[in-house]
Design a protein around this ligand. Structure first.
Ligand code: HEM
Length: 366
């Protein structure tokens, strides 16, 4: 078997603040808040600033694999064991759109009941969250670039839905031309150019790195059960079906379970695997994603208006809710701390369902 380069232990010098980072983060928070304020004024509901629409909440079990080598047996994955996990599927915009405005997809995981020293601000929590999107890289290298994209998105928050549908249809056309020419436009996809495919066939990535115990890693969740693998790139008819993704997830889980693998990619080369630029994929030929856990779900109801009110709005995920051993790293990750806190606070202040860890614990224990 070829020997791979050893993972590089983390050193604080790996993180370098962006120029004017604090100022950009404040502007980012202001822009995110303006999105939630607009959707609240329009709908009377306090929604997440991004990833507002939920396509299903799945209760599952995370099983840490046995006999992991030292480099992979870190943090939450240091010991074999099993934990309840709550999973929320979403799409990226801050407003709740018909699914034929097709956008990137998110998967947030809350692994409940983990032990160990916690991240600052998360001392009272009980979970380890992983907050993922269905592409290997982020749409901008750092905070300034993301702020530019977000401002463009924020300007579309109030645009009439009919217009967005037209825009989305046109963008999918343009996107497929760009893809045929060998490129992919993250901005066009974010505005509605994502292919109309089944959300359960997706692989979800952390995109940005996190501490992995002594080391540094990126992380993904990939479908492995045959029922899920068959849904990869499976087309979904979204014509006149505003909640087609929600229906597709419910339909799958009405009769079947699902199994995913959680894999990590260890940082082994500081030149090709940057921490401060989340738009660069780490080469998988240098360091492949390796399995550390399985996530197993049984057949179950995944969405109802009642459960949406009771649990979706009460749930709050953040990469900064978790163990110190999995501290998020790099500028995009640093910007997420105060951003998620703001969005969670906005939802708590404007809604009767308070996003809190305690509610999750109660749900899981029921
Ligand atoms: C500077 C970069 C980013 C900012 C400012 C940001 C901000 C936010 C905010 C404010 C929320 C709503 C949180 C809530 O109200 O509970 C959110 C949700 C979410 N974000 Fe990010 N995000 C960023 C990058 C990312 C990245 C890199 C990913 C994944 C690769 C990601 C995936 C998600 C997902 C999946 C959700 C929905 C969580 C849920 O289901 O509740 N975000 N983001």
């Amino acid at each position: 078997m070829p020997t791979r380069p050893a993972p590089i232990p983390f050193d604080p010098s790996f993180e370098v603040a962006e120029e004017d980072e604090e100022k950009s983060i404040l502007e980012l928070i202001e822009t995110l808040r303006s999105i939630s304020e607009k959707t609240y004024a329009d709908s009377g509901h306090a929604l997440r600033s991004v990833h507002a629409k939920s396509h299903g909440i799945i209760n599952a079990e995370l099983r840490v694999l046995e006999d992991l080598p030292e480099a992979l047996a870190q943090g939450l994955f240091a010991q074999p064991g099993s934990y309840p996990v709550v999973m929320r599927l979403s799409t990226t915009p801050g407003d709740v759109l018909d699914d034929n405005v097709s956008t990137p997809r998110g998967l947030a995981l809350k692994v409940v009941g983990v032990n160990g020293p916690r991240l600052p601000g998360s001392e009272g929590d009980v979970s380890q969250d992983f907050v993922l999107v269905n592409g290997p890289t982020f749409n901008a290298p750092g905070i300034k670039g993301f702020l530019k994209n977000l401002k463009l998105l924020a300007r579309t928050t109030d645009v009439a839905e009919g217009l967005k549908k037209g825009l989305s249809f046109a963008l999918r056309g343009i996107e497929s031309v760009i893809e045929k020419a060998g490129g992919k436009s993250a901005t066009l996809i974010a505005l509605g150019g994502h292919p109309e495919t089944h959300i359960l066939g997706e692989t979800f990535y952390s995109q940005a790195p996190l501490l992995y115990g002594r080391y540094v890693a990126k992380l993904l969740v990939a479908p492995v059960s045959s029922g899920l693998v068959a849904l990869k790139n499976a087309a979904i008819d979204m014509t006149d079906r505003p909640d087609a993704l929600r229906a597709a997830v419910s339909e799958h889980f009405a009769s079947s379970g699902a199994e995913w693998e959680l894999r990590v990619q260890l940082l082994t080369n500081r030149d090709t695997m940057p921490i401060e630029d989340a738009s660069i994929p780490w080469p998988e030929d240098e360091s492949p994603y390796l399995p550390v856990a399985r996530i197993i779900a049984s057949a179950q109801p995944t969405f109802s208006e009642k459960s949406n009110d009771a649990s979706d709005h009460a749930l709050a995920f953040s990469p900064w809710q978790g163990l110190a051993a999995h501290r998020p790293l790099g500028s995009i990750m640093r910007a997420r701390k105060a951003s998620y806190e703001m969005s969670r606070r906005f939802r708590a202040e404007h809604s009767s369902a308070i996003p809190a860890e305690l509610e999750v614990r109660a749900e899981v224990e029921d």
